[in-house]
Design a protein around this ligand. Sequence first.
Ligand SMILES: N[C@@H](CCC(=O)N[C@@H](CS)C(=O)NCC(=O)O)C(=O)O
Length: 227
Amino acid sequence: MPLTLYTFSGAPRGWRVHLGLVFKGLSADVKYLSASDKDHHKPDFLALNPRAKTPVLATEQGVIRDSIAILAWLDRQYPERPLFGTTTDDAAQSWQIVMECCDYLRDGNHALLSRVFSSVDAVADRGTPENKEFEDAAALVHAEFSYLEEILADGRRYLGGERPGAADAVAFPEIRLVQRGCDTKPIRMTALGFDAQLSRYPHLSDWKDRLHGDAGVMQTMPPHWAA
Ligand SMILES: N[C@@H](CCC(=O)N[C@@H](CS)C(=O)NCC(=O)O)C(=O)O
C-alpha cells in the first residue's frame, strides 16, 4: 500500500516518522519540502495540512498529521514489529519516554540548537546575558540526556527494549541533532559540555552508534547534511 511522507530535511518530527517506518520494515515515498521556499504554505500542501506543519503521512485511507499520531496509526495498521511494545507495561514505558522526549528534550533542543546553529562558532563571554541563554538551554538538554542515559544503563539495547521502537524513533533525531551541533559548532558545543562522541553519556553514545549501524536508519539521515 503506498505511503507518502512529507517532511523537511533534518526536521526532528518528520525524522521520527521516517524512523518508525524503517523500524517496522515499511517503505514510503519521502517528499522533502523546502522550508526556505515555504512549500508548506503552498496550496497543494495546505490541502493536506491546513496548519502548514510537517510531518504529514498520506495513505490510501486518508491523510494523517502529527508525528505521534502517525506512529500510533502505523502501529495499528501494521501490527508486525510493534513500536509501542507488546505488553501493557512496555506500552506505558514507551509512551512515557515518547511524551517526555516530546515535552522536554524537544523543547531543550529547540532552545539550544536554534541558538547554536545560528551563531558563530565561538564562546560567548562568561556572565553575559547571551552566554546565560546558551547555558540555560544546555542545562535542559543535559538533564534529558542524563535521563535517557539512566534508562539505557540497565543494559537494554534500545529505549524500546530488545528492538527499536517509538521511543527510539523520537529520541534518535534529537541526539543526532546535538551531534550535528558538535560537528558544525565544536567550540561553542564543547564549552557547553557536549562533544560529538557524547563522552559524558557512554550508554547513549553506544545506543546511538548501534542505530547508526543499521542501513535503514542511515537512509533517514537528512539529505542536506551530505551536501
Ligand atoms: N505536533 C506536531 C508539530 C509539527 C511541527 O511543529 N513541525 C515543524 C517541523 S519539525 C514544522 O512543520 N514547522 C514549520 C513551521 O512552523 O513553519 C508534530 O509532532 O507533528
